[in-house]
Ligand binder design. Structure first.
Ligand code: SAM
Length: 174
């Protein structure tokens, strides 16, 4: 089973409750994780045939705060112009008790496996303007999410799959 199918299963598991959830997908491109049985909104800076598409920037989401039960992003943080602002926006629109589900390709934390990644990237290239050097779990932790990594990068697959919950402690006064 490919990473996309695994991710779709993880999303389905989060939507298996009886209620109609609000699902916000960022950077859906032409392959949205559309769930017609829920309220689905996608945001992408480029036009596509995705249903309920808002053409906007992930760094400045045209959505009210705490609207989303689930925010989904599949290989998006590696493409946005400003990762920190995008993560701040994801946190803003996610309801307390909601969740951000993502798959991102990242730099492998193991130096030896990183060499393999570089070798592979050199010969295969990366699509578009993807950045491979992001440490997404750490960026999310710093932004006040609790992060649960479900799938770590491997030698030939630089993908991290994670679930991130906005934790309350980031709102507590210091
Ligand atoms: C690598 S593609 C992934 C597309 C889709 N999620 C998939 O897996 O096939 C990245 C997507 O993010 C969108 N994107 C890039 N920068 C963006 C931004 N700043 N705001 C919103 N969407 C953006 C692109 O238009 C593209 O659709």
């Amino acid at each position: 089973m490919g990473k996309r199918e695994l991710f779709a299963r993880s999303l389905d598991a989060h939507l298996s409750g009886p209620l109609r959830a609000v699902v916000v997908e960022l950077g859906s491109g032409s392959r949205p994780f559309y769930r017609p049985d829920h309220t689905y909104i996608c945001v992408d800076s480029r036009r596509s045939d995705s249903p309920n598409l808002l053409i906007a920037s992930a760094e400045n989401l045209p959505l009210r705060s705490s609207i989303a039960d689930v925010v989904v992003g599949f290989q998006v943080l590696c493409s946005v112009r400003d990762v920190a602002s995008t993560i701040t926006e994801i946190r803003r629109v996610t309801k307390p008790g909601g969740v951000y589900l993502g798959v991102e390709h990242v730099r492998n934390p193991n130096p030896l496996l990183r060499v393999v990644q570089r070798f592979r990237t050199h010969f295969r290239g990366t699509r578009g303007r993807c950045r491979l050097g992001l440490d997404v779990p750490t960026l999310l932790l710093e932004a006040g999410f609790d992060v649960h990594v479900q799938r770590f990068p491997r030698a030939f697959s630089p993908y991290v799959q994670f679930t991130a919950d906005p934790c309350e402690r980031a709102h507590e006064p210091t």
